[in-house]
Design a protein around this ligand. Structure first.
Ligand code: SF4
Length: 389
């Protein structure tokens, strides 16, 4: 067996584009905008007034890597639950307010890290902007102006005929201007649409016209598969132009799934350090092992390993050695055997039945050399990212 110096696993940290220069706001302890990393947020699906259920879901979201959480506040009962939720949550809580300006004041008083308002939905909101700006400024609470295609200001709907990119942007900037009149600029903006093309156009336009940090979202993106595709495509287009400071993937699925998708999008674009990444081939007629099972077993075996490690699982000797060499650790299979690579060099060849255990053994050795704590039983640990080549 050859001994190979392990070193630090290679992580591709070069981001995809220079970030748009935006002003920075603080959502509780999380900076948004400026040079802050793009953050991932989600929204609870529980009744906010059900404090225990909401805090339980926030804890699950926190464990999955969510950095900011939003809770809906449609009623007085929900508003009354905010102080305890804001105090007990480990991540900043944003109150999502529609229809009632009085809940904005309640959320600010409750210690929420930010408040989201929808200019299209809050009755007499414009008249209250002065008071809201003062309360928010006094408490250091930023406001998200969250325009949504489905609830566009009727005035703009009439002017543009539908929720065009221009209409969404005009609505957001109009609301911003009202706050600016009161000297308040602690703002972030979203202009969400369910069509990724319209959404991308709206954010591009918005990015040209202001320096506020932008919260990206495709609204009502759909069930997990469709919503993931729509969000990944739209966020990818914008983030690859440097646009976007915080993201929320909206899925008709448990919110933890939104966080996983959001984190994976950022990792794919090198906007967040990658964790454990399994690079596995899609298999084809040349495969000499069951690649799917092999990749699944390696993934399951390393699920709790929290190190930036790229592990290649390849089905044959055509592309296998090349990919395996590029990875920190890899296997190229063939003839009932697996060539095990560490840092580009073959360290041994093992029978097919020992491929999985050998890869896991080597990954643990690498983690240990890096002084990383190993807890493969940690159920909360996000699983590795799987990339199929
Ligand atoms: S490495 Fe490529 S050629 Fe070989 S089995 Fe996998 S997909 Fe097929």
């Amino acid at each position: 067996m050859t001994s190979v110096a392990l070193g630090i696993p290679s992580v591709r940290t070069r981001p995809i584009a220079e970030r748009r220069k935006s002003r920075q706001i603080m959502v509780g302890s999380v900076p948004v905008g400026g040079d802050a990393p793009v953050s991932v947020q989600s929204m609870t699906t529980t009744l906010t007034a059900d404090v225990n259920a909401t805090l339980q879901q926030i804890a699950e979201l926190t464990a999955s890597g969510c950095q900011i959480v939003r809770v809906a506040v449609p009623s007085q009962d929900d508003a009354e639950a905010l102080p305890i939720i804001a105090r007990k949550s480990q991540i900043p809580v944003i109150a999502d307010i529609h229809f009632q300006p009085k809940y904005v004041f309640a959320a600010i008083e409750a210690g929420c890290a930010a408040v989201r308002v929808n200019p299209g939905n809050i009755k007499k909101f414009d008249d209250k902007v002065g008071e809201i700006a003062k309360a928010a400024a006094d408490h250091g609470v930023p406001i998200r102006i969250g325009v949504n295609a489905g609830s566009l200001d009727p005035r703009l709907l009439q002017k543009y005929g539908k929720a065009t990119p221009e209409a969404l942007v005009e609505s957001a900037l109009w609301e911003c201007s009202l706050f600016e009149e009161h000297g308040f600029r602690d703002i972030k903006i979203s202009v969400k649409h369910n069509d990724p093309v319209v959404m991308v156009q709206a954010y591009r336009l918005l990015a040209q016209r202001c320096d506020y940090p932008l919260h990206l979202g495709v609204t009502e993106a759909g069930p997990a598969f469709q919503g993931t595709i729509k969000s990944a495509v739209a966020f990818g287009a914008l983030l690859s132009e440097g646009i976007g400071d915080t993201i929320r993937v909206s899925l008709s699925a448990p919110p933890v799934e939104e966080v996983k998708v959001g984190a994976a999008i950022l990792e794919s674009l090198n906007l967040r350090e990658r964790g454990l990444e399994i690079v596995s081939c899609p298999s084809c007629g040349r495969a000499q092992v069951d690649v799917y099972t092999l990749a699944e077993q390696v993934q399951a075996g390393l699920a709790g390993l929290k190190i930036p490690l790229r592990v290649a699982v390849m089905g044959c000797v055509v592309n296998g050695p090349g990919e395996a060499r590029e990875a920190d650790l890899g296997v190229a299979s063939g003839n009932g055997k697996g060539q095990i690579f560490v840092k580009g060099e073959v360290i041994k060849t093992v029978p097919e039945s020992q491929i999985v255990e050998t890869l896991i053994e080597e990954a643990l050795r690498m983690a240990e050399e890096m002084g990383v704590e190993i807890d493969l039983d940690d159920e909360d640990a996000p699983g590795p990212e799987v990339v199929v080549r």
